[in-house]
Design a protein around this ligand. Structure first.
Ligand code: KG4
Ligand code: ZN
Length: 349
């Protein structure tokens, strides 16, 4: 089965065609990040307008190389969570295509899509097979969630950030350091050349008995450090400061993952979401898995940040479960995850 995926929840306009939920036949992404850089973050109005400009060319490129719309069996689209004005562009595109072709429409939860990004690949670079139970860490610009996954789409939420998401913490840290937007990749690259012990920063909720995380104290500590050091020292020691910040973030995540491994049975560690592209986090997860004799799935960096291949893959799971959407499918801005956390199919609110 061939699924066309469409993604427009934030600042990436993306379309992809995926075979059997596993093999990427095309994966096209147009980012409007440059348009937002001057504002230090995504401006919803600008993002919506850019989706409007990019959607048709991106779609055209995604389907033209693999038999056009005729070769597609279903159309999957991100319905939320995300920026509503942006989501509406992808939704209206998908609904129009479904209407004129008579093909089934599948609404996808953006977080479900991120979780599937670990298990899609290319025909010449096949994806890894999932092994259950898994410990899955989803780290993006809006979420920091630790799940215990016992079967496809069967998961319990073990822990979450009580305040800022990890990606948000990176973006705010970059702003404090005057590094531009989005901050994650910039700090990651700078940190590679730094000494992580030179400027130690606090690890949030380190001693709490639960599996929650917190990153707002780290942001405050970084602001205070920056105010204390002054411009000249910051410029000189930027790499060390970034390394210290990144060390605190990764330590917070890895310590809670390690604690989780003592509480629930796990065979495989999976990370997903934009921050899963982070070099230090990838190394630390690989190391954690090796120490516990587990397999570790790190999605290719290009599939960690927003893309439509993961939407098509999540769409396949919905198709297999018979969960189709009607043309009344609407966008939703946020979704509350219960502590059970299992249902990331479309249940807005
Ligand atoms: O998943 P994503 O593309 O969008 C959301 O659904 O939020 O994640 C974007 C986030 C941004 O906060 C960005 O700074 C962060 O992922 N990010 C990184 C890296 N690459 C992107 N954070 C740390 N290290 C990276 N290499
Ligand atoms: Zn995302």
């Amino acid at each position: 089965m061939r699924i066309l995926g469409i993604e427009s929840s934030c600042d990436e306009t993306a379309a992809a065609v995926v075979e059997d939920g596993r093999f990427i036949l095309s994966n096209v992404i147009a980012s409007s990040v440059k348009e937002h850089q001057a504002f230090g973050g995504v401006v919803p109005e600008i993002a919506s307008r850019q989706h409007l400009i990019s959607m048709i060319p991106v779609l055209d490129e995604a389907i033209s190389g693999c038999g056009g719309l005729d070769a597609v069996d279903a159309i999957a689209v991100t319905a939320g969570p995300g920026l509503v004005g942006s989501l509406l562009v992808g939704l209206m595109t998908a609904k129009t295509l479904a209407w004129i072709t008579g093909k089934p429409l599948v609404g996808v939860h953006h977080l479900e899509a991120h979780l599937q990004s670990a298990f899609v690949g290319w025909p010449d670079r096949p994806p890894p097979d999932p092994e259950y139970p898994q410990l899955a860490l989803l780290v993006s610009g809006g979420h920091t969630l630790l799940f215990h996954v016992t079967a496809p789409r069967q998961r319990t939420l073990l822990g979450a950030s009580r305040d800022d998401a990890v990606g948000e913490a990176y973006d705010k840290a970059a702003k404090i350091l005057g590094l531009g937007y989005p901050g994650g990749r910039i700090i990651d690259e700078l940190a590679a050349g730094g000494d992580l012990k030179r400027y130690p920063l606090p690890v949030g909720l380190r001693h709490s008995p639960d599996l929650d995380t917190s990153f707002s104290g780290l942001k405050t500590a970084l602001s205070q450090l920056v105010a204390r050091l002054g411009d000249e020292t910051i410029d000189r020691d930027l790499a060390h400061i970034c390394a210290g910040f990144q060390h605190a973030v990764v330590t917070a995540l890895i310590e809670k993952m390690e604690k989780a491994l003592g509480q629930v049975p796990v065979r495989q560690i999976v990370i997903a979401g934009g921050v899963a592209a982070n070099s230090r986090l990838r190394e630390a997860c690989t190391d954690l898995a090796a120490r516990h004799g587990l397999s570790c799935i790190l999605p290719p960096r290009s599939l960690c940040t927003d893309n439509a291949a993961m939407v098509a893959a999540a769409g396949m799971l919905a198709v297999e479960a018979g969960e189709f959407s009607g043309l009344e499918l609407n966008a939703f801005a946020s979704s509350t995850l219960s502590r059970r956390g299992g249902n990331l199919s479309l249940c807005p609110q």
